[in-house]
Design a protein around this ligand. Structure first.
Ligand SMILES: *[C@@H]1O[C@H](CO)[C@@H](O)[C@H](O)[C@H]1NC(C)=O
Ligand SMILES: *[C@@H]1O[C@H](CO)[C@@H](O)[C@H](O)[C@H]1NC(C)=O
Ligand SMILES: *[C@@H]1O[C@H](CO)[C@@H](O)[C@H](O)[C@H]1NC(C)=O
Ligand SMILES: *[C@@H]1O[C@H](CO)[C@@H](O)[C@H](O)[C@H]1NC(C)=O
Ligand SMILES: *[C@@H]1O[C@H](CO)[C@@H](O)[C@H](O)[C@H]1NC(C)=O
Ligand SMILES: *[C@@H]1O[C@H](CO)[C@@H](O)[C@H](O)[C@H]1NC(C)=O
Ligand SMILES: *[C@@H]1O[C@H](CO)[C@@H](O)[C@H](O)[C@H]1NC(C)=O
Ligand SMILES: *[C@@H]1O[C@H](CO)[C@@H](O)[C@H](O)[C@H]1NC(C)=O
Length: 399
């Protein structure tokens, strides 16, 4: 099946290499959870629409943290009109193991480059956290209660609880004094059925931290806990991996193309263009690289321009379909280089079981003020490097 609802994939074993940028720690094998397809492989259009709504909400609340932390408003944010009670956002989750506390206890967390805070389920959480492993700060000799509560809101839900600091280890790298939420309430979107991991770790910048503390990776850099201020993702059905502190040279081929981070809040970059079959159809856009979003999302005018070039049918709600047999070969140009999107990622699958028409992985969302979101549909085609030290992002072809 192309899009299993849950798949468990183990990364390749680490190999010793002598190349200059060889990784210096073991990558974290990732697991994937996504729920946009029916069991027969056709697209669950309602789930896709839900996902689009949660994506829109995800990129609304955080800018208020940005404004609070940096004392100016987030230039691309547009305030909209609140929640509508949707729950499972169908957002893709790439999750893996970390350990927390002394003695260390292991937990799984969703690694999300579209947010900056960390939360785990706590002992006072009760039924809303059932099915998730509980972090008990009283069982950790290094935990410290900060005596404050915080309610973290995401596109799909919230996690409310007490702020603590403790030791956190990711892939063998340990950071002390890491602030996180020990939850007393999970929103429905984080219930065990919709959200298999125990908690969530944000990998964006501190400007987006709701409680305004350094996110785990930035704290690691500040404490000199990682060999290099870089982390990198391979998000693919086969061997997905997150590496902290370096780049895994086994997972890409050819050159890495870098582009500057244009704003350190989300991982925001300039995108030269989006096109298909060798034609550039959209140019001069800005985008956010988000491991927690499934689709490639763009503004309605440009997305329509893209699909009009192929006579696509609008399905409403920002979705389009094309004959499955003649899907365009879409590409995204970044840093002067064109990255092809495979048909496995760009073609989401038939509209319904057996239909000759398929849904495109580029969708329109006008709630994001022209900002594009590079989610899985793009990220599953590249090895993606988040270079904090040089404030840039790198993209390379998968090996
Ligand atoms: C929010 O949207 C709903 C429906 O779209 C509308 O009825 C309501 O008036 C809006 N509320 C605000 C505060 O704009
Ligand atoms: C998942 O949560 C529900 C309540 O939300 C609970 O009934 C169920 O037992 C939980 N599953 C597991 C495996 O704990
Ligand atoms: C930890 O223990 C203290 C003292 O017994 C108690 O007041 C507190 O509620 C406990 N915290 C948690 C998260 O269970
Ligand atoms: C946290 O925020 C969510 C969503 O805004 C809300 O539903 C929930 O009641 C809040 N929880 C607390 C304890 O404030
Ligand atoms: C712990 O981290 C906080 C920021 O999250 C910082 O203000 C504080 O100084 C740190 N404490 C120590 C002992 O490093
Ligand atoms: C990689 O970059 C080098 C130097 O810029 C260039 O000569 C070479 O053609 C590039 N290789 C590929 C596969 O793009
Ligand atoms: C898309 O790419 C494939 C493989 O390179 C090629 O066979 C096909 O003709 C291309 N389709 C179009 C419409 O260009
Ligand atoms: C690119 O877009 C920005 C903002 O949307 C705009 O200010 C600028 O003029 C555009 N540049 C070109 C060359 O179209």
């Amino acid at each position: 099946m192309r899009f299993p609802s849950v798949s468990l994939i183990v990364a390749l074993p680490m190999l010793a290499t002598a190349v200059p940028h060889a990784r210096s720690s073991t990558g974290i094998p990732l697991m994937k959870h996504s729920s946009l397809h029916n069991v027969d492989g056709s697209v669950n259009l309602d789930a896709v629409k839900l996902h689009m709504a949660t994506t829109e909400r995800k990129f609304q609340p955080e800018p208020s943290a940005y404004a609070k932390n940096l004392g100016r408003s987030f230039p691309l944010a547009k305030r909209t009109n609140g929640s509508d009670g949707l729950t499972d956002g169908g957002n893709v989750l790439w999750y893996g193991e970390i350990s927390v506390g002394t003695p260390p206890a292991t937990f799984t967390v969703d690694f999300d480059t579209g947010s900056s805070d960390l939360f785990l389920a706590g002992p006072k959480c009760g039924s809303t956290c059932s099915g998730h492993k509980i972090f008990n700060p009283n069982a950790s000799s290094t935990s410290k209660d900060l005596g404050q509560t915080f309610n973290a809101t995401y596109g799909e839900g919230n996690a409310f609880g007490e702020l603590y600091t403790d030791v956190v280890t990711v892939a063998g790298y340990t950071v002390t004094n890491q602030t996180f939420i020990v939850a007393e309430q999970y929103g429905e979107a984080f219930s065990n059925q919709s959200f298999p991991p125990d908690g969530l770790m944000g990998l964006a910048f501190q400007a987006l931290s709701g409680y305004d503390s350094p996110p785990v990776f930035l704290n690691m850099i500040a404490q000199n806990a990682v060999p290099k201020p870089v982390f990198a993702f391979k998000l693919a059905e086969s061997g997905p991996e997150l590496l902290f502190g370096g780049i895994n040279t086994d997972l890409y081929q050819g050159n890495i193309t870098y582009t500057p981070v244009t704003q350190e809040a989300y991982w925001q970059i300039y995108i030269d263009g989006v096109g298909a079959n060798g034609q550039q159809l959209v140019t001069n856009i800005s985008g956010i690289v988000d491991t927690g979003t499934t689709l490639l999302t763009g503004d309605a005018t440009n997305v329509a321009k893209f699909y009009d070039a192929f006579g696509a049918t609008s399905l409403g709600g920002g979705l389009y379909s094309l004959p499955c047999a003649s899907f365009p070969n879409a590409s995204v140009e970044i840093g002067g280089r064109s990255f092809a999107l495979s048909s496995e990622t760009f073609n989401l699958g038939p509209i319904s079981s057996g239909s000759p028409d398929c849904v495109g992985g580029l969708v329109a969302n006008d709630g994001l003020n022209g900002l594009w979101i590079l989610g899985d549909v793009f990220l599953m085609n590249t090895y993606t490097i988040f270079d904090v030290g040089n404030s840039r992002m790198g993209f390379a072809d998968l090996a």
